[in-house]
Design a binder for this molecule. Structure first.
Ligand SMILES: O=P(O)(O)OC[C@H]1O[C@H](OP(=O)(O)OP(=O)(O)O)[C@H](O)[C@@H]1O
Ligand SMILES: Nc1ncnc2[nH]cnc12
Length: 237
């Protein structure tokens, strides 16, 4: 019996790597373009972090009109195809977190919460390096046992997130991580789940921020993104 491998229709070809991101602002991908809110403790990027950011930025791809017309999709998957890039990503996030949430001062996270699906790609390895636990937040209907649920809206739709009710103990310090913050709906729902379980929300960490959607305004804890991107639709005059 023969098997067939079919390729999915390709609604759009990737734009070149970020070196030619046509809609990104000139400075948005500068290695120092990471953003933070709340903690004033903003150490300048170390030379190591700055060079890691350049590598990471250059590996991202954009797909216009995916998954729906009008969306410029940011593809982070190339970061995981090359072990050196994968290492750069995890190291960059580790550097940020250990600098801003120092263990010596007892500020280190006990738990990293990762969002389905792309937060699962680097959340567990990051947690391992930090000596923290990893807890997944999943789309509705995937987690067994007692769960808490939060509804949210994102850039291209509506959904529900769930967390296992015993996954975070009251008072545990939690960092939420994900690949992208767009409207901030997914992250805000996750923050509410963490708080519902009694966790202390330290903040949110993302690889990439879509600035024009102002998602960080929905979040009520520290927000850090390695890179930022996309100018948004042209403004009407
Ligand atoms: O800031 P927001 O507007 O909420 O959007 C950001 C979320 O959207 C994407 O996930 P998506 O829901 O597409 O799910 P997937 O990772 O399972 O594909 C992305 O990985 C973030 O989790
Ligand atoms: N533009 C985008 N690209 C990739 N993931 C996303 N999640 C929400 N908006 C997105």
């Amino acid at each position: 019996m023969s098997s067939t491998i079919s390729s999915s229709p390709q609604p759009s070809e990737p734009l070149d790597s970020t070196s030619s991101h046509p809609r990104s602002t000139g400075h948005a991908h500068h290695p120092d373009a990471s953003k933070e809110r709340f903690p004033p403790a903003r150490a300048p990027a170390t030379p190591e972090l700055a060079s890691l950011k350049i590598k990471i930025q250059q590996s991202l791809r954009q797909y216009p009109d995916f998954p729906t017309p009008g969306i410029l999709f940011e593809d982070i998957l190339p970061l995981f195809q090359d072990p050196e890039l994968h290492e750069s990503l995890v190291r960059a996030l580790e550097l940020h977190i250990t600098t801003h949430y120092p263990k010596k001062q007892g500020k280190n996270p006990d738990i990293i919460v990762g969002l389905e699906a792309r937060g699962f790609l680097f959340g567990p390895s990051l947690a391992l390096r930090l000596g923290a636990g990893f807890v997944p937040v999943r789309k509705q209907g995937k987690l067994p046992g007692r769960t808490e649920t939060a509804a949210y809206e994102k850039e291209y739709g509506q959904d529900f997130f769930q967390i296992q009710a015993d996954a975070i103990k009251p008072g545990q310090k939690v960092l939420v991580i994900d690949d992208i913050i767009a409207t901030g709906g997914s992250a805000a729902a996750t923050g509410s789940l963490v708080k519902k379980l009694g966790g202390t929300l330290l903040g949110y960490v993302f690889i990439l921020e879509l600035d024009f959607l102002k998602g960080r305004e929905k979040l009520d804890a520290s927000v850090y993104t390695l890179l930022s991107s996309q100018e948004g639709p042209p403004k009407e005059s």
